[in-house]
Design a protein around this ligand. Structure first.
Ligand code: PMV
Length: 331
């Protein structure tokens, strides 16, 4: 009754921002993402028949276990309770987890963490569960982006017009080899969580206007993925990212995720494109910049971004295939 799982983070091309029901992560709009490969959470779950308190541990890089910090433990415990109810299990769980993101990345991701926890619980219980059901279970953690991280490749969630629907694949990872060069310009915890961001989103005068733009953007991104057309994807990717942050900055109270390094990277990218490289930026609820690019541009972009003031690290990731079991258990 023990399973260990690696589950990836994802980067949204069209963002989930604003919820109809935040506790169940029912989004206002469909989102589209690319599942990553190296930025993964690693989670071991043991299911025990005897009821009792769950044990939630954090593993450090050397594998040493310690009790998880309060805020994380609370969210994980609530999700275990949900999974117990949804899967009809009366026993208890022992959980250990860690992020395998390069150190000091500041990319702590609820998507990979809750996808890994969900998949590991299902596997520890030996349940045969469809990917759609896994997506819904992951979403019930309250992290909507986790609903996308149970699938590999290019993923949309939910189906248009049905906010309760699971994520579904647009294309698998082998369809299009895109890279994500992540310029780390911030390493600490962000000041405002994405949950608070969703809560405030509709207070922005730009919220409704962004929703009006989305059908066009969604169509463009779907078509760009289908046709593997980075020149078509790129401008829409940047437009959508800037719009998300415009909504955040004009929410009440406002949320400023960017820092000066974010703007430095955006300016450098404009220069790089003038030089013929193909890379386009997107930012989630934070200051770090994900540069989506083709394999031929990846090295040059990584080298140039590393030289910039304010960039403390550069991580090179790529589209990935989704969660996988691992032999290396954390306990
Ligand atoms: O899944 P949450 O509640 O952490 O929200 C994700 C919010 C963004 O990362 C900004 C956008 C997205 O779709 O991933």
């Amino acid at each position: 009754m023990k399973a260990s799982v690696l589950a990836p983070a994802n980067i949204a091309f069209i963002k989930y921002w604003g919820a109809r029901d935040l506790a169940r992560a029912l989004p206002v709009n469909p989102s589209i993402s690319m599942t990553l490969s190296s930025c993964v959470s690693e989670t071991t779950v043991e299911a025990r028949e005897q009821p009792g308190a769950d044990e939630i541990l954090l593993a450090d890089a050397a594998g040493l276990l310690s009790p998880a910090p309060e805020s994380f433990a609370r969210r994980a415990a609530a999700h275990l309770e949900t999974l117990r109810r949804e899967l009809g299990f009366a026993g208890s769980f022992r959980v250990a987890t860690r992020n395998r993101f390069p150190s000091s990345a500041g990319l702590a991701s609820s998507a990979s963490g809750f996808a890994a926890l969900t998949v590991a619980v299902v596997r520890a219980l030996g349940r045969d569960v469809s990917t759609s059901r896994l997506s819904t279970l992951a979403r019930l953690s309250g992290s909507g982006s986790a609903a996308r991280s149970v699938l590999g490749g290019y993923v949309e969630w939910p189906r248009e017009g049905d906010d309760d629907a699971p994520a579904f694949p647009l294309a698998d990872a082998a369809h299009w080899d895109l890279r994500d060069v992540i310029a780390i310009v911030e390493t600490g915890e962000k000041e405002v969580s994405s949950l608070d961001g969703h809560r405030r989103a509709a207070t922005s005068p730009h919220f409704e206007r962004r929703l009006e733009e989305l059908p066009r953007r969604l169509d463009t991104v779907r078509r760009a993925i289908r046709e593997r057309d980075l020149a078509l994807l790129g401008p829409t990717l940047e437009e959508e990212a800037v719009d998300l942050h415009l909504v955040a900055m004009s929410s009440r109270p406002p949320i400023f995720y960017w820092n000066p390094g974010t703007l430095t990277v955006l300016a450098a990218l404009r220069d790089l494109r003038r030089e013929g490289l193909s890379g386009w930026a997107t930012m989630d609820a934070g200051a770090n910049v994900h540069v989506i690019c083709d394999p031929a541009s990846e090295s040059a972009i990584a080298v140039r971004l590393r030289e910039l003031d304010g960039v403390v690290d550069v991580i090179r990731d790529r589209v990935g295939t989704g969660p996988a079991s691992t032999e290396s258990a954390l306990f």
